[in-house]
Every structure is written in C-alpha cells, then in structure tokens.
Write a protein that binds this ligand. Sequence first.
Ligand code: ARG
Length: 460
Amino acid sequence: MASNQMWGGRFAGGPAEIMQAFTPSIDFDRRMAAEDIKGSCAHARMLVQEGIIPAEDADAILKGLAEIATEIAEGRFVFKRELEDIHLNIESRLTELIGPAAGRLHTARSRNDQVATDFRLWVRGACGRSEDALITLMRALHEKAAGNIDTVMPGFTHMQAAQPISFAHHLLAYVEMFSRDVLRFRDAAKRMNECPLGAAALAGTPYAIDREFTARQLGFDKPMRNSLDAVSARDFALEYLAAATIAATHLSKLAGEIVQWCSPGFGFVTLSDAFSTGSSIMPQKRNPDAAELARGKAGRVLGDFTALAAVVKGLVLAYGSDLQEDKERVFDAADTLELTLAVMAGMIRDMTPNKEKMRAAASAGFPTATDLADWLVQTLKKPFREAHHIAGAIVKCAEDRHCDLEHVPLADMQAIEPAITEAVYKVLGLDASLAARMSYGGTAPNRIKEQIAFWRDKLR
Ligand code: ARG
C-alpha cells in the first residue's frame, strides 16, 4: 500500500491492512465536521490577518471550506477511511477543490489543537442541547403538577406508605432535580469555554498568531493559557459525562417510579398507547417499555463516563492517540440522554393519574397516625414520645377493628387516653393531613401553589 498522502513523507510503505480497521476515527468524528470547518475558517482568517498567509490563498481556503460544508450538508461529501479522520478528510478535499493553497491552512496548527478545539465546540453544543431537553421535561412535569395539586397519593419511606402527599409535590421534586442538572451543564459549558487552538502540537508555534482573535471568532471566552494542557485536557468531556450521568440517574428514578405506578398492584397512573407496548405472547399486557428503557439507560451513560475516565487516567502529557477514544463515549452519552429526555417528556405529558386509586392507597395503613400524635402534642400538650405511644395504641385498636383511624369510636380512643375529644377527628383525614404540612417546602396545597408559581415564572 502507498504511504499516506497527508503525512507520508518519511514513509516508504503504507500501513498494514488491519490498521485500516484500527486507526481511523472518521466513522465517528465526521459528526464534528461543522465544528472542524468553523475552526479552520477562524484559523485561516487569523493567518491572513497576521500576514502569515497571502490574502488570495485565504480567500480560496474560505470559499473551499464553504463548498465542503455544503457538500457535507447535502450528503455529497465522500468520507474516506484511508484519510483517518475528519480533519484530514476535509483538508484533502480542500486540496482537490482549490489546489496547493489548501496546504497553507495547516500552518501554525496541529491536529492536536484542532481536535481539541473541535471537540470542545461539539461538547459545548451538547451542553446546550441537554439543557434545552431538560427544560422541556421540566415544563411537562410542571404542567402535570399544576393540574394535580389536590391529587393525594401515599408518600413512601422504606417503600412503605408513610404520609399522604400531593402528586404535584412528588412531580415537583423531579423538577428540582432536573433544574440542578441544568445548572451542572451550564456550569460545565462555562468552564470548558476556553480555546485550545494555537497550542499546535503541544508546545505552541513560532508564528506570530493571534489566539485572542481565534478564541473570539469561535465564541470562546479566551485562549487556554498552557499549550500542553490545551491539547491534552479532556476534563471538559468528563464533566459533560458526569453531568449526563447524574441527569440519567434522575431520569432512571422517575422512570422506575412510573414502572411501579403502572403495575396493576399500584395502578396510580396510566400511560398513553403512544408510550406503551404490547406483549407478543400475552394479549392482555400493556408494558411500560419506554420507562423501563429510560430506567436502564443510566447504566449506559455511567458506562460512558467510566470508560473515558479510565482512558485518561494515568495518561502522560501531552497528546496520545488514546485520546481518540474520547469522542464515541461522549457521542453515545449525548444521543442517549437527549433521546431519553425527549421520550420522558412525551410520556409525562400523556400520563393520566388515577386519582381514586392513589387516594385509596393513601388511606390504607393509617397514614395520618403522625397527625394524631401531633394533635396530642399540640392540643393535650403531651411530650412527642408519649403522644407517639398513645397514637400507636390507637392504630392497634383500628387494626383490630379493621377500620381506619377516622372511624375509631371516641370511647375507644378515650379508653387509651381519656383527655382525647371529638376535635381529634378533624386532623385524621387525608386532606387535613396534607393541609397541615405547611412548613416551607411541605406538601400543603398552599405551599405547592408557591412552588408552581415559582417554576411557572422560571420556565417561561
Ligand atoms: N483523530 C485524532 C483524534 O481523534 C485527531 C488527532 C490526531 N493527532 C495525531 N497526532 N495523530 O484524536
């Protein structure tokens, strides 16, 4: 095989056949074509401005790059594995289009700072897309919450019904989680917004380049201060993956709850046909496949994070081809996260709560026993421990009578604690229990209305 047309000057022979299957990154880094062209345009403009390349060559380069961008957009561009990666594919095509002037583009840069720049641009874009998709999901959750302030469900601790809560309160807890995910992506995008271009291979370049200019052209806040760091740093990609992993775990929790809520034992919600699937053998089945997949995707995204962390761990400065392993992990995580967020938003929008089932489940298991104890503290001035004990005895009495707390006769309560009066009944209902939890952040409808208003304003 002939030596490589882009870098083969000192080679007599070409690479082994099997290297074609091993070294190229074009099959995946073609996704950074737009970023690569943007970076090259900025670089060419800088080179001509600083008098490093002639104006007519820069013009030809910019025109050629625009033509290539069109070819790629229209699917006419022929990607070649023998040209390894997106950088060499584009440069080679540029040579075909404009001739030797194309050879001036790679002055004062290397593929090392080029790929670092392209990838930062791509990941910065991915941060923005994740943020948008998260906000879409938050809007869906918020809207569902706004319509369900008075929908009562059991709140669980240890997976045991603990106290009644509002379904809206439960959904808004996820809005809070996803809002922190938004901030994580925003924060990561801000920190990664420094430009590696001009670091060249690793040590900088003897040409009088203007790194401030290229940084500005590409929307970066500033050029990176250290050329070794610029070509080798991938913590920006790890930060993206870490944020994606945390967001995926939140999605996984929500999806897991939906799977439970849909099961006949719960029956708290019904998913639309659009987000359910059937079984190939059991005609009666209606499976929450999409929610289960969403639950499972967290493992995959965490795997992407772990894989890249393992690649960069212990890697010496500056560039090593190990770093070519960075992109597929990030692309996979980004595709997975964006798709899962969109699916979950659609599923939530379509989801119907079964209010009676939720209320029935909330009233089972004496969920207002804490309210009873609190009444004994507030009205009879009992110490909480003693109140807890009395309430426990009344729960036992209700259990023996097979009734709920509201239906234990006053005489039976008074046999346990003589000072109890008729007034106790008004705290034993589900709605009273909810309304009583008006501490800041609590599930009382008035507090939920505050949360709804807060997020309506934020999500506008
Ligand atoms: N395809 C490479 C990557 O994805 C581009 C940089 C290659 N640089 C080099 N000196 N081989 O990282």
